[in-house]
Design a protein around this ligand. Structure first.
Ligand SMILES: Cc1ncc(C[n+]2csc(CCOP(=O)(O)OP(=O)(O)O)c2C)c(N)n1
Ligand code: SF4
Length: 292
């Protein structure tokens, strides 16, 4: 009988083998997103027991369940508040939220903007596949104008959002966008985002061949990769309000924001130590008063 080797692939120890096979369709971009993410985790050198991954609900939200670190599959739209609590309770952990745009920006939109405003020390990675994949391909906040989805059979007439614009306007200190075709750039940005203190945001444009591509007659997952290859424009200085994704037009990608701002954890720690210091000063004053 053939013996099973200890390790078949360098990323094996990061994957929950017992959860395989995964649920993703062939040609879905989520496999690439997961692969890049696992490589990034290995390359940042963060010990496995110091990483926590939090997802909400959706095909993208399945990522937490497939990764062999402390990971949490939370309720729909609530990955960010869960991650915030986790980071505040365990500041020593690297906390990463990984989920879809329906989860993070539709039902979870309010949590997204306020966590960015507070500059909570987490990394949010959003897989944008232009629709709600898991529930049958309904329109999401990033569905391009006129795109056909199961909830917009005559074409989407709601204007889509630019997620980098939303993140930057809300206060994120690091913002970038790549497609799954840009595996190398994506890994470098992920690495930066994870190591950055404060709220960092990374959007990954990814194909959903089963629902979005089929409804819009775009072809297979591979066709969408070829589309990304030919139709992306790297512009790190792009005007974020102008980079909505428009059907059949070029997608602007890049590292758009990398700034410094006091982080939530930094401020709470500072405030706590100031209050303690104040307590000490008051106590000294009281002792001084009692002596006279
Ligand atoms: C409170 C609640 N409302 C609605 C749902 C149904 N639901 C599950 S996943 C999902 C959308 C997920 O979309 P997205 O985050 O874009 O993920 P994708 O599947 O496209 O990766 C919805 C509406 C739910 N699970 N819970
Ligand atoms: S439905 Fe779309 S997003 Fe979900 S696994 Fe299939 S291809 Fe991927």
């Amino acid at each position: 009988m053939l013996e099973k080797p200890d390790m078949l692939h360098p990323l094996d120890e990061y994957v929950r083998e017992e959860r395989m096979p995964h649920i993703w369709c062939s040609g879905c971009g989520l496999g690439v997103a997961l692969n890049v993410f696992l490589n990034t985790l290995v390359n940042t050198g963060t010990p496995k027991n110091k990483i926590a991954v939090v997802s909400g609900i959706g095909c993208s939200g399945r990522i937490a369940g497939y990764i062999n670190v402390d990971s949490f599959h939370t309720t729909h739209g609530r990955a960010i508040p869960f991650a915030t609590g986790l980071k505040l309770a365990r500041p020593d952990l690297t906390v990463i939220v990984f989920s879809g745009e329906g989860d993070l920006i539709a039902i979870g939109g309010n949590h997204f903007i306020h966590a960015a405003r507070r500059n909570v020390d987490i990394t949010v990675i959003c897989v944008n596949n232009s629709n709600y994949g898991m529930t049958g391909g309904q329109a999401s906040p990033t569905t391009p104008l006129n795109a056909i989805t199961s909830s917009t059979p005559y074409g989407n007439f709601a204007f889509p959002m630019s997620l980098p614009y939303l993140a930057a306007a809300s206060g994120a200190v690091y913002v970038s966008r790549w497609t799954v075709y840009h595996a190398r750039q994506l890994e470098l940005s992920m690495r930066k985002a994870i190591l950055k203190q404060g709220f960092s945001f990374l959007e990954i444009i990814s194909p959903c061949p089963t629902l979005y591509a089929r409804n819009n007659k775009i072809g297979s997952g591979l066709d969408m990769m070829k589309f990304y290859q030919k139709n992306t424009l790297t512009d790190h200085k792009a005007q974020l309000k102008d980079i909505n994704i428009v059907r059949k037009e070029k997608i602007v990608v890049g590292n758009f924001v990398d700034i410094k701002r006091s982080s939530y954890l930094g401020l709470t720690t500072e405030r706590r130590s100031n209050t303690m210091q104040k307590g000490k000063v008051f106590k000294m004053a009281e002792e001084e008063r009692d002596r006279h």
